[in-house]
Write a protein that binds this ligand. Structure first.
Ligand SMILES: Nc1nc2c(ncn2[C@@H]2O[C@H](COP(=O)(O)OP(=O)(O)OP(=O)(O)O)[C@@H](O)[C@H]2O)c(=O)[nH]1
Ligand SMILES: [Mg+2]
Length: 451
């Protein structure tokens, strides 16, 4: 797995384009010696101390100045990757970056793969796999809550929880295995009932971790909300009101919206992706028909479906029935709009006027609580937000259920210990204690280059 760890890798670590500065990251044994071939400063980088910044010029092979730069020096093992590395800050011009990269490549440095710096950090034991994965989440977090969730994982909350569970598992498995070693002597180190109790506790702990996934996923990925209803009920008006801008065309003509419009808003730190859709009705118009097909697709993909009705006309039962056929009841929220026009407003999850803004705060509160449902854990507890972790926890839980069943049915310790070992492997894979190249490639290919 570590075969590439000897190469020196380099990549631009800042966004591509013109900016105040750009940073080129270089890592691998003899990085400083290599950069020294074209760096001219007060002293050689190889002579400089770790965690210092050196000013100098980069000169090409003809001794022309390419740029004035600052080089931050990190000596092994106290660097992000755990290897000797440096970061070259240059003027933010892609052409300068290209030139410096070419100089590096001519000295045998190779371009870094996506996520390779973080992969090396993981392989060199600077962080475990859940923390490495959290690096991407921190970078991609949209919204404050999502960032907190990612930070929580990067700080190792999930890792410590999973490692603790794994140690408990190893203890229980060892006890059973110890007993097997002494089976001739008929020794019982811990009664099977006690072992079953321990496994039961472990299983419960894993179940409560699994239960955080819905919330974790929402934190990380946000919530998709489809605005649907008959034509003219005010879907686009609602979108515009929430966004505080005239994003969608609004008109008294039914069938105004044809395409699905997607916009984002943040409520209490959670990202909501709003999809304004075409009003649903039978139509002969080809364009409108296509619009309706797209509406259905958006409804199917939504976590929350805001079913908007005209309060003066009451709940559209026919359409409600139709919605129930394509999405789950608990995802649908009934909204009565145009309450400014209605004498009496029918019962609904939210009652609003997209014209006057009445009820909008309550609608936002409603969306937020519907999204997070019953959140019984704080940001300070371990939260599962990654499908890979979820699947492995699920596997561990199933193996524990098998172990319990085997114990109950009086199977031999060998069978039980096998189940426990399987559960342990599943947890080990989350942390990266046990891993394969496939898993790693899959994870790190999602990273950007330079990270
Ligand atoms: N009085 C009043 N009028 C509203 C309200 N919301 C929307 N309208 C009006 O209702 C009409 C239709 O609004 P739209 O937002 O275009 O409705 P829509 O549901 O997007 O319609 P389609 O795109 O055709 O499906 C417009 O004339 C709006 O000004 C409201 O709360 N009160
Ligand atoms: Mg519309």
């Amino acid at each position: 797995m570590q075969q590439n760890n000897q190469d020196i890798i380099a990549a631009i670590a800042t966004p591509v384009g013109i900016g105040a500065i750009m940073v080129i990251r270089v890592s691998g044994e003899n990085t400083l010696k290599t950069v020294d071939t074209f760096f001219c400063g007060k002293k050689k980088l190889t002579q400089a101390k770790s965690h210092t910044i050196q000013y100098g010029k980069i000169r090409d092979t003809e001794n022309n100045t390419v740029d004035d730069v600052l080089v931050s020096i990190f000596r092994a093992p106290h660097s992000y990757t755990g290897e000797e590395s440096c970061e070259i800050s240059i003027h933010g011009n892609p052409w300068i970056a290209k030139k410096i990269l070419e100089l590096l490549f001519s000295c045998g440095v190779r371009p870094a793969d996506p996520g390779e710096f973080t992969k090396r950090a993981f392989l060199n034991g600077r962080m475990d796999l859940t923390q490495a994965e959290a690096v991407v989440d921190v970078i991609e977090a949209a919204g404050e809550a999502s960032l907190k969730g990612a930070r929580n994982q990067l700080d190792g909350l999930l890792s410590s929880k999973v490692s603790a569970l794994r140690s408990m598992l190893i203890d229980s498995a060892s006890l059973i295995e110890l007993e097997l070693d002494f089976s001739e002597e008929d020794l019982e180190f811990l009664s099977h009932r006690e072992i079953a109790q321990r496994i039961e506790i472990l299983k419960k702990e894993i179940e409560s971790l699994l239960a955080t996934y819905r919330f974790g996923k929402i934190l990380k990925e946000g919530v998709n909300v489809a605005l649907t209803g008959k034509p003219n009920v005010g879907k686009s008006s609602l979108l515009n009101y929430l966004l505080k801008e005239s994003r969608a065309i609004v008109s008294p003509i039914p069938g105004t919206t044809r395409d699905v419009l997607r916009e984002e808003m943040v409520i209490q730190g959670i990202l909501f992706r709003l999809f304004d859709t075409a009003g649903i009705r039978e139509s002969q118009d080809e364009l409108e028909k296509e619009g309706v097909t797209r509406s259905y697709r958006a409804i199917q993909e939504a976590d929350i479906v805001l079913f908007i009705n005209d309060a003066s006309q009451g709940l559209d039962l026919d359409l409600y029935e139709k919605l129930l056929q394509i999405t789950k009841k608990e995802r649908i929220a009934i909204v009565m709009n145009k309450i400014d026009l209605a004498c009496s407003v029918p019962h609904a999850d939210a009652r609003i006027s997209a014209k006057t803004g009445e009820g909008m705060d309550l609608l936002c509160d409603f969306l937020y609580s519907k999204a997070i449902e019953t959140k019984t854990y704080s940001e300070k507890s371990a939260i599962v937000s990654n499908l890979r972790h979820y699947n492995n926890l699920q596997k561990a839980k199933e193996s524990l259920a098998c172990a319990l069943k085997s114990l109950e049915e009086g199977w031999s310790g060998e069978i039980v210990s096998l189940d426990l070992r399987n559960a342990e492997i599943a947890l080990g894979e989350i942390l990266g204690t046990i891993t394969s190249d496939d898993i790693l490639n899959n994870i790190f290919s999602r990273f950007c280059i330079g990270k």
